[in-house]
Ligand binder design. Structure first.
Ligand code: NAD
Length: 439
């Protein structure tokens, strides 16, 4: 049995008609410093529960409810929270019922990506603040709806791009923006992970006991149950996610956007995508992608290899800010500066520097969210920024799916220039009876 302290210290590695009546809009827009913040978790298997743990590490937070469409996950997580905190959260299997609760301030959305928009918009309509995992939505159009919902209902929405709260990334950004490295030419980003291949192909199976699979699919197309398309590995299928690109790419690309003078969605994207690995793996998404994003300030150069796990500087993933006086290489573990050599002065152009041993950033990102619930200030990653990051993943994925080496995104019109096939992928087609929120 885990006690609360141990539980909290454990690592995180670990619509139908959504109209909600005005009576339900009983948001607490002012929260006294002494008040408890009451949160609920929707989607509890893995990352969502990790994020809940970080909330519970804060003395002012209580978990009042957990919702999941898999009863096995739901019961396990409820019992873990009860054991750790001494308080049993209420159990829900339908987020719409959960959102009717009036004694609830905020929700954490830890479902697969195809649910993020519908649940986030409904939560805003119900007057709840929202911590939504990245990528903030599974399509470009849904990102816009979430921004609109946050603004219309005046909610706090934090997108789970937690690297913005990580010390190594914050220091790197400050060094880049201070001009210490000189003018930035390129931001090289790489993400190589074995899991990017997906699982070996399996036949469809019986739906496991306790799983409401129809509800799990929700707005996504009807399919036979296959464990490859379920917990964890759903991310390799377009119906629910965007592969390694929207899993890791979105985090790392966010760190390039972060050092732009005026962060913006990419207007031009050049994409090469392929499936190189010939094993019998189950996925829609690509194992190999190289993407160029020519930006106003510099070029972003993204290199992704699912099925490989080594990369430049001995790191499976990372970011290299390549500048006139040196290159700064950073990942979640720390950063290092590799100075350029000045041939005339016979000396490095800047000092080498190294920061090691950084690991955790979810805790600071969650603490920032909870602070913003109280102060009503903008969090570190509001949906406007989460949208910019998500579009850096969705646009090349769309390019790869329609076979376009170049895509031009017209931000004002919210369309791709001259590519009908790409334009068809801007919005999802929700399966009845679920309907895309209207805002
Ligand atoms: N920030 C990070 O570092 C990070 C890391 C991993 C995952 N994530 C993100 O977290 C999210 C969840 O990923 P995961 O790996 O935990 O997935 P997972 O498949 O392990 O867990 C998802 C859970 O959501 C539940 N669920 C599905 N539909 C639901 C619904 N309508 N209502 C309630 N519960 C529902 C599932 O039953 C499951 O328990 C994804 O968006 C993913 O991209 C973020």
């Amino acid at each position: 049995m885990l006690d609360r302290r141990h539980f909290l210290k454990s690592s995180t590695t670990l619509a139908a008609g959504l109209y909600l009546s005005p009576a339900l809009l009983q948001a607490r827009n002012k929260i006294a410093a002494s008040d408890k913040i009451r949160v609920a978790l929707i989607g509890a298997n893995n990352m969502g529960f990790g994020i809940l743990r970080h909330h519970l590490a804060l003395p002012e937070v209580d978990c009042v409810a957990i919702c999941d469409v898999d009863q096995n996950v739901l019961e396990r997580r409820i019992s873990e929270v009860e054991t750790a905190t001494g308080k049993k959260p209420e159990a829900y299997s339908d987020f719409r019922k959960l959102l009717e609760k009036t004694d609830l301030d905020a929700v954490i959305i830890g479902t697969p990506d195809h649910w993020h928009c519908m649940i986030a918009v409904a939560a805003c309509q119900a007057g709840k603040d929202v911590y939504v995992e990245k990528p903030m939505a599974n399509t470009i159009g849904e990102c816009d709806l979430m921004v609109n919902a946050k603004n219309r209902y005046q909610r706090i929405m934090q997108v789970g791009q937690q690297q913005r709260s990580g010390q190594a990334f914050i220091e790197s950004r400050d060094l880049v923006k201070s001009g210490y490295l000189g003018k930035i030419r390129k931001v090289n980003i790489w993400s190589n992970f074995n899991y990017g291949l997906g699982n070996l192909v399996k036949p469809p199976q019986e739906i496991p006991e306790g799983v409401n699979y129809d509800f799990w699919l929700g707005p996504a197309p009807q399919r036979d149950f296959n464990p490859n398309r379920f917990h964890g590995s759903w991310r390799h299928f377009w119906d629910y996610g965007g592969g390694l690109m929207s899993d890791w790419g979105v985090h790392l690309l966010d760190m390039a956007i972060w050092v732009e003078e005026q962060p913006a969605v990419p207007s031009r994207v050049l994409t090469y995508a392929a499936n190189v690995n010939m094993e019998n793996r189950d996925r829609d998404t690509f194992d190999t992608m190289n993407v160029l994003y020519p930006k106003k300030d510099f070029l972003i150069n993204y290199d992704m290899n699912g099925g490989l796990q080594t990369g430049p500087y001995g790191k499976p993933y990372g970011i290299g800010y390549v500048a006139e006086k040196g290159t700064l290489v950073v990942n979640r573990g720390g950063y290092e500066i590799y100075p350029e050599w000045d041939g005339e002065a016979k000396a490095p152009k800047i000092e080498a520097k190294k920061l090691e041993g950084m690991k955790e950033s979810h805790n600071a990102h969650v603490a920032n969210f909870v602070e913003c619930i109280k102060t009503r200030n903008q969090p570190i990653c509001p949906p406007e920024d989460g949208r910019i990051a998500a579009l850096h993943a969705h646009i090349p994925n769309i390019a790869a799916r329609v076979g376009a080496e170049e895509l031009i995104w017209e931000e004002e019109k919210r369309t791709f220039k001259g590519n009908m096939a790409a334009n068809e992928l801007i919005w999802p087609n929700y399966r009845e009876p679920w309907v895309l929120p209207k805002l």
